[in-house]
Write a protein that binds this ligand. Structure first.
Ligand SMILES: Cc1cc2nc3c(=O)[nH]c(=O)nc-3n(C[C@H](O)[C@H](O)[C@H](O)COP(=O)(O)O)c2cc1C
Length: 191
């Protein structure tokens, strides 16, 4: 399978990246993996021109074009994002808006969507963040895996960063996420 992992954090050495790297490393054993750091990408705002709805190519010349290719190639798409006011980071939200390219044509249909969120506060905002991403997967008719990972209380740690190496509890949750994604992907392939 082709796995695309997208890190939506605004920070270098973020929690989002730490969690994403852990899961991608697991996939790497048997699958082809691509990691995209939105921090390194220039992605302009969508201008709602609707050209893509009329099957015209996207006229905005930026890094989104290579990401379109990666998303089309992907069997599994993983979004890892911090929580900002109960929402995904603006970088990730911006990417989601640009995928309007695929909304009408349903080109992401059937791809497996995986979400990992983290935040400094209670679970309420972090789960809301994950819920929004899962709604995005639903809108694109992607396959939402039943397990998603949310991590909270980063304010308990220096610089709001989870200590590395990750604790056994965190690893267990990410392992479960990975196993569920693989299990569902294999069921879909054998259907
Ligand atoms: C503008 C802003 C808004 C935030 N809003 C929330 C929030 O609503 N809930 C929460 O739990 N944490 C919130 N946080 C804290 C971050 O989600 C937290 O520091 C997170 O661990 C950063 O993740 P990263 O290391 O992957 O970037 C906010 C941080 C910033 C800068």
């Amino acid at each position: 399978m082709y796995i695309v992992g997208i890190n939506g954090s605004h920070r270098e050495q973020s929690n989002s990246e730490l969690f994403l790297d852990y899961v991608l490393e697991k996939f790497q054993t048997d699958h082809e993996v691509e990691k995209i750091n939105l921090l390194d990408k220039h992605i302009a705002f969508y201008d709602a021109c609707d050209a893509c709805v009329q099957n015209k190519p996207c006229h905005i010349q930026d890094d989104m074009h290579s990401i379109f290719e990666s998303l089309l190639k992907a069997d599994v798409v993983i979004f890892s994002s911090p929580t900002y006011y109960g929402m995904p980071s603006a970088r990730l939200k911006n990417l989601m808006d640009r995928t309007d390219m695929f909304f009408a044509s349903k080109q992401l249909q059937g791809k497996i969507g995986v979400v990992i969120t983290n935040g400094a506060g209670t679970f309420a905002g972090i789960e809301l963040n994950a819920k929004m991403v899962r709604h995005f997967f639903d809108d694109h008719k992607m396959v939402n895996i039943p397990v998603y990972a949310c991590f909270n209380n980063t304010k308990d740690y220096p610089e709001n960063r989870f200590p590395a190496p990750l604790s056994e509890k965190v690893r267990k949750m990410l392992d479960e996420l990975y196993e569920n994604a693989v299990d569902i992907a294999e069921k879909i392939r054998n259907f």
